[in-house]
Design a protein around this ligand. Structure first.
Ligand code: GDP
Length: 466
């Protein structure tokens, strides 16, 4: 979607979710917001003089259509004066009853009085264009709204508060200082200035390179904390996959039965393990089947298996391993996996399972979905795998977004090339080109050097009213 922003207009939209709820909010932003609201909002009580709203104060009253004096709803209305508002423009929020009818009628009245419908994300886009937030902070707003776990929410909030922006702006400042020095050396070679030595240049570039590499290293963890860790649950029928899924979801969503092959298709569920969002795929068991419906499920299982960040193989340790189990174990070679030896509450066939000791990259847990044994250990291991056993500093600005990661990767490539050129004592103006490109690449994160297409793309992901 292409969003054209004419900042002279006043935009209006329903900002709360569609459907029935306790309250709903219609929001207006722009130069006419106060005037339009004053035409349709009538505060309760006798008015001695024309209504003058008190900024940031909840006014109680009614929305009245000035044409026929009909009341649309009983509301609370807040007037917020620019520039200290979400959009940095005059902003009005009308809190009415959460009925779609009330919301729609109030929105229509705002439009009739001169507001125009806001495009998705237009409030945030105005905040960006008015310089109140940078592009990465605007993206954090979408992430906040879409966050499904405590950790992803915290990350988005950190990004909105400017943690990533500060880190990126800091590196850009160093690049800018370097650019100034390079330019002075190039433009005024005969002046009595201190020459930029190649050694000093190399050291500065290496320090910047190091910071960019550190930022890139946080990207993998950041992606998982934002989008969720993909976990594929594999195992032949009846070993306890659904039981594990249910234990993790803490509610019975998939039907647990004794008949093999009931989970014919893959089910993807969102859950959270120790605050880490996870996407769990319960698979139909990867084995050859003559039943068409089941074999379709098997195809999807293989896909889920290949796409997953971690594969969890569940085996029924109360039974000897059979050829189906062996097929799955073979597929795990070279994969990071957790093997759950389930049904530890029943007599065990563990001697059979020594073969698993030869599987590098696997962690083995004895568990019982019946008694709950092993579930905590499973959660511990998932947490360790994601956080790499390291305790992350709360204020670590992580790269959570593929767009940001791409910008940092490009900047780092430019700087590593500049480092190589400085070692070879190449002409300063060649090095300057790379440093400049790195500076611009990082500027794209903040939106300073991002093209219109990038900005459109970012805001088209927003919902209406935000
Ligand atoms: P799936 O086909 O792999 O999804 O297996 P289910 O989770 O549907 O479990 C199959 C059967 O094994 C059900 O009757 C479960 O109650 C039972 N079951 C699952 N885990 C355990 C366990 O740890 N101990 C015992 N005794 N039974 C279990």
């Amino acid at each position: 979607m292409y969003i054209i922003v004419n900042m002279d207009t006043t935009i209006a939209a329903i900002s709360t979710a569609y459907g029935e709820s306790g309250i709903g909010i219609v929001r207006m932003s722009g130069p006419e917001a106060f005037d339009i609201a004053k035409k349709i909002f009538v505060p309760a009580g006798e008015l001695k003089k024309p209504f003058e709203p008190k900024p940031r104060y909840m006014h109680y009253g009614h929305i009245i259509d000035p044409e026929d004096n009909s009341a649309l709803d009983e509301v609370l209305c807040v007037f917020m004066q620019k520039p200290h508002t979400y959009t940095a423009e005059d902003l009005v929020e009308i809190q009415c009853h959460g009925s779609m009818l009330a919301l729609k009628n109030i929105l229509d009245l705002c439009l009739k009085q001169g507001a125009v419908p806001a495009a998705p994300g237009e409030f945030s886009k105005r905040a960006f264009l008015n310089g109140r937030i940078d592009l990465s902070q605007a993206e954090a707003v979408i992430d906040l709204i879409k966050a499904r776990s405590g950790k992803s929410f915290d990350l988005a909030l950190g990004q909105l508060r400017g943690q990533l922006s500060e880190r990126v702006a800091g590196i850009r400042k160093e690049l800018l200082d370097l650019l100034v020095e390079l330019t002075v050396n190039m433009d005024y070679p005969d002046e009595d200035i201190e020459y930029l030595q190649y050694e000093k240049l190399s050291n500065s570039l290496l320090a910047i390179d190091d910071k960019l590499i550190k930022l890139l290293k946080s990207a993998g963890e950041g992606r998982i904390l934002r989008d969720g860790l993909g976990i594929a649950l594999v195992g032949k029928p009846n070993v306890g996959k659904s039981s594990l899924l249910n234990a993790l979801l803490k509610e019975d969503r998939s039907i647990v039965t004794d008949i093999p092959g009931t989970t014919r298709d893959t089910i993807e569920e969102q859950a959270s393990i120790r605050g880490i969002p996870v996407r769990l795929t319960d698979t139909a068991g990867i084995r050859e089947s003559e039943d068409l419906v089941e074999s379709l499920g098997i195809e999807r299982s293989k896909e889920a298996f290949n796409k997953a960040d971690i594969v969890v193989l569940i085996l029924d340790a109360s039974r000897p391993l059979d050829s189906e189990d062996m097929l799955l174990i073979d597929m795990l070679q070279g994969r990071q996996c957790i093997i759950i030896l389930n049904k530890s509450d029943l007599p065990q066939q563990l001697f059979d399972y020594e073969i698993l000791d030869d599987l590098p990259g696997s962690v083995i847990i004895q568990a019982s979905m019946k008694t709950g044994e092993g579930i905590e250990s499973f959660c511990d291991i998932v947490e360790q795998l994601v956080l790499g056993g390291s305790v992350r500093k709360e204020n670590d600005a992580l790269l959570t977004n593929a767009r940001h990661e791409d910008c940092v990767r490009r900047a780092q490539k430019e700087i590593s090339e500049a480092v190589a050129m400085a070692h070879l004592m190449e002409a300063m103006d060649f090095i300057e080109v790379n440093v400049h490109a790195a500076y611009d690449a990082l500027g794209e994160i903040l939106g300073e050097t991002a093209g219109d297409d990038v900005i459109q793309e970012v805001f088209s992901r927003f919902c209406l009213g935000k």
